[in-house]
Design a protein. Structure first.
Length: 374
């Protein structure tokens, strides 16, 4: 029987969250095993936006903090990571939505996030492709986009031999250990689960719920959109606790293509495209960008986001297993909050004081008092 493979830390999941956690732990001197099942999960399926979200104070605190970390890193990213500091333009369809934009502006200012109210004329000047008649909006210049799969690979490679990638499927947790489907056993004093929905099986507890999303991308066209464009109703759609929803979200990729979102759908397993829902999403996009109707959509795909019950990620030690940390449940903000999440996890592991209050994200909140008493 082969001997256990040992390290100082194991991270399960090689998407953007797992890669960021492994990268930060390696930066702090740990030898890390990163388990990659090569299934290309949410990181490969998402839009790759870096967007400050403010639907509740904890979400705003984490996304604002993480975006500061991203801005300190982007100058080092190679071109294939496709970083663009395009900013976000939040759009108000009606005059009454301008009050939502003003409240968003004020909330962001409290966390040091710069934003600028835009009149109808200013929105039209910034983005002439938008339909006329919009009420205005809010511009957040510090937001951006990346190509997340390449960023995840870069994070792993950035620390050289400190991270060793193990290809395999984690099938069981044991005390300070991961058992792979091959039978190999990996051991370490610190184990971090950053494997999205797979964690439900490993923890033998349904802590996360799948939110399916669909995306479409056009052929290449001359650059005519300059910001990530999002309707102000996007937050309500993103955090709906049930049902199916669509919202306008379009970004220009560096390739000259337009990436079109977004939709959310509960309890829809698999990768099949829901054609009526896709049609509703594209119709919503066309309502803001009428010229989309003249463009060719060359590919559509789906992905599954891992959502927690309260919409916030689970970042912290498992209450029953002090060697086990959870970095899960980021839903649609995994790319945005990856660096901030990794910093919080690393601070907890090393018993450092975190840069922001990590109480709202601690994994223990998802466990009943009966479980915590065991």
């Amino acid at each position: 029987m082969a001997a256990d493979r040992r390290a100082e830390a194991i991270v399960v999941g090689a998407g953007i969250i797992g890669a960021a956690c492994a990268w930060r732990l390696a930066q702090q001197g740990l030898q890390v095993l990163l388990v990659d099942n090569q299934r290309a999960g949410a990181t490969a399926a998402g839009m790759g936006h870096l967007v400050c979200m403010d639907d509740n104070p904890a979400e705003l605190a984490l996304s604002a903090y993480s975006l500061q970390l991203w801005r300190s890193l982007v100058e080092r990213l190679p071109e294939n990571c496709a970083w663009r500091g395009c900013g976000t333009l939040w759009l108000a369809e009606r005059d009454d939505e301008m009050a939502i934009a003003e409240a968003k502006c004020q909330r962001m200012a409290e966390y040091g996030v710069a934003s600028e109210m835009q009149s109808a004329a200013q929105v039209a000047g910034l983005e002439p492709m938008l339909r006329p008649g919009l009420a205005g909006g809010l511009r957040v210049p510090g937001d951006g986009i990346v190509y997340a799969p390449n960023v995840a690979r870069w994070l792993v490679n950035d620390v050289g031999s400190a991270i060793r990638v193990i290809t395999g499927e984690a099938c069981a947790l044991e005390d300070r250990a991961i058992v792979l489907a091959s039978g190999e056993r990996l051991t370490a004093p610190v184990v971090v689960l950053a494997c999205g929905l797979q964690a439900n099986r490993l923890l033998e507890q349904p802590m996360l719920r799948a939110k399916k999303g669909q995306l479409a991308i056009t052929d290449r066209y001359p650059h005519r959109i300059h910001h990530q464009l999002v309707e102000l109703g996007y937050g309500a759609s993103a955090h709906a606790s049930d049902g199916t929803s669509v919202a306008f979200n379009v970004q220009a990729r560096p390739t000259g293509q337009l990436l079109i979102g977004s939709s959310r759908q509960f309890d829809a397993p698999g990768r099949d495209i829901d054609l009526p829902l896709l049609a509703a999403m594209l119709a919503r996009a066309n309502a803001f960008l009428p010229t989309l109707a003249q463009m060719n959509v060359i590919r559509c795909w789906t992905g599954q986001r891992a959502a927690s019950a309260d919409g916030l990620p689970l970042l912290g030690p498992h209450p029953q297993h002090r060697w086990l940390w959870l970095a899960l449940g980021h839903e649609g903000l995994g790319v945005t909050t990856a660096l901030g999440s990794a910093e919080l996890i690393s601070a907890q592991i090393h018993h450092h004081r975190p840069a922001i209050d990590d109480t709202p994200y601690l994994a223990a909140r998802m466990f009943s008092t009966e479980v915590l008493a065991i």
